[in-house]
Design a protein around this ligand. Structure first.
Ligand code: ADP
Ligand code: MG
Length: 458
């Protein structure tokens, strides 16, 4: 700990210099103030540990000083100095927040004793404060399961990001937790009371997307019957999460870059620059460096977004997280479904641990959700898991030998499973992602026995 900082509040210069000199010779750092105003200025500017306050000041009382000082910094420990016989003042001082009092003429030895005790208390209070802050932080991160060293690294970076206000770029496969991490950062940041808004970029055609993000003036495009306020404006004071940034058109990339550089943007159909206080967190399931190399993404925008970069590893590269994630989902899903599930059989857990999870945590979540719904007892058995789970190749590098036909079949199975997992079991969506019709997907899934009792509702 650095040297303790003591503030003396005393209007008599002789007395002030005397106490200051004595304390400095005891190796304390000392600030001196002659009035309430000077005392307040001192605690506002310096991390004062203990304030030694004389009761009788010209025009003010030490009680006023104690109140004003504590109002500015409640961690200061005040000590009151009173004239002999003023017990009622001492009592009043304690009520106002003084830690102790000393009677004039000041016995220097006694003063040192009281100061040391006050400093001890000060240190304790600081420790409690630090502890409380770290509990708060844990609390805010509680929805994020972190076990593996890789996820610890991610959580540490997210914590750093929460303490700053710069742009963040989160990259990782679909279902690895990018949305959740963005939210976690927002709710742990000073913007937590502001809005967290998410824009899913590829879901809209260009013009609509532009007006969705930046707003549009009346008549800016066909159908713009009213002025539209965009997400950049609505999210002011909070965080705007731009999902799948890799799909942003070059035109919108320029607008986003301008915003990041100048905090300025224009509504569609207007040239009037508007300002907004928004923090940007961008995400992509593609490799951003590759997008830049392919000239699909502007390098200047990439550098602006990449100030803090969080790479979320796929679940198969951090299997240590699986049991804790299973627990987490069992708890939340069985509560929601009003079921009591105690856990998984060893066999079922082993199958999950072996699984390759092409759909990552989203896939695991879907599997658990389905198992909770399908299980009959209070334990999830292997039979409650999808049929493919126990057989799936989990090591893409290890290819068992076989004919070309067998290899193609394996590849096809793997890709279909992956698409189904990413689509949350919705076949029409998976088919679209694979570029085949829903009918062909259904046929193949049946042929390879993939659909089993997969969700059929679309
Ligand atoms: N570390 C984690 N702890 C708990 N739940 C997680 C974790 N990572 C992801 N999830 C959950 O998995 C699902 C998919 O995560 P999401 O953030 O939507 O992934 P992405 O945006 O990368 O596709 C969500 O329901 C999310 O809450
Ligand atoms: Mg996402």
């Amino acid at each position: 700990m650095s040297k303790a900082l003591i503030l003396i509040v005393e209007d008599d210069p002789t007395q002030r210099r005397f106490v200051q000199g004595s304390l400095e010779s005891e190796d304390y750092s000392v600030l001196a103030a002659g009035s309430l105003k000077e005392a307040v200025a001192a605690v506002e500017r310096h991390p004062v540990d203990v304030a030694l306050v004389d009761y009788k000041l010209a025009g003010e009382t030490g009680i006023d000083v104690i109140r004003a000082v504590l109002e500015r910094n409640p961690l200061v420990t005040p000590i009151m100095i009173t004239a002999y016989g003023q017990v009622e003042i001492a009592v009043e001082a304690i009520k106002a927040g003084a830690y102790d009092f000393i009677v004039k003429p000041v016995d220097f030895k006694k003063l040192m004793l009281v100061i040391d005790r006050a400093l001890e208390r000060h240190k304790l209070r600081q420790e409690i404060q630090v502890l409380r802050n770290s509990i708060d932080e844990k609390f805010r991160f509680e929805n994020l399961v972190v076990v593996s060293p890789k996820m610890e690294g991610v959580a540490r970076l997210a914590g750093k990001a929460a303490k700053s206000d710069v742009a963040v770029l989160v990259s990782g496969e679909t279902g690895t937790g990018k949305d959740l991490i963005a939210k976690t950062i927002h709710y742990a940041s000073r913007r937590r009371n502001g809005p967290f808004l998410a824009a899913n970029l590829p879901s809209l055609p260009e013009t609509l997307l532009e007006s969705e993000l930046f707003g549009a003036e009346k008549g800016a495009y066909t159908g713009a019957v009213d002025r539209k306020i965009g997400l950049f404006e609505t999210a002011s004071g909070g965080t705007l999460y731009l999902d799948e940034i890799g799909d942003l058109s070059l035109h919108l990339q320029v607008k986003l870059l301008r915003f990041l550089q100048e905090k300025e943007f224009t509504r569609l159909g207007s040239s009037k620059p508007l300002k907004s206080d928004v923090r940007i967190i961008a995400a992509t399931n593609k490799d951003p460096e590759r997008l830049v190399a392919q000239e699909k993404f502007r390098p200047d925008l990439y550098y602006r977004l990449n100030v803090i970069r969080i790479v979320v590893p796929p679940l198969r590269e951090r299997r240590e997280d699986i049991p804790a994630l299973v627990d987490h989902f069992l708890r939340t899903i069985s509560r929601r479904e009003n079921r009591t599930i105690r856990g998984l059989t060893a066999e079922a857990m082993a199958a999950l641990m072996r699984n390759s999870f092409p759909g990552n945590i989203r896939e695991l979540e879907n599997i658990i959700e389905r198992a909770v719904v399908f299980s009959e007892g209070d334990t999830i058995r292997l039979a409650d898991l999808p049929a493919f789970i126990d057989e799936r190749e989990n090591d893409a590098v290890f290819e068992p030998p076989g004919s070309l036909e067998e290899k193609v079949k394996r590849l096809e199975i793997r890709e279909i499973e992956k698409a189904l997992a990413e689509a949350g079991g919705i076949k029409s969506r998976a088919a679209r992602a694979l570029g085949i019709t829903k009918r062909i997907l259904g046929y193949k899934a049946k042929k390879y026995n993939l659909s089993g009792d997969e969700k059929t509702n679309d």
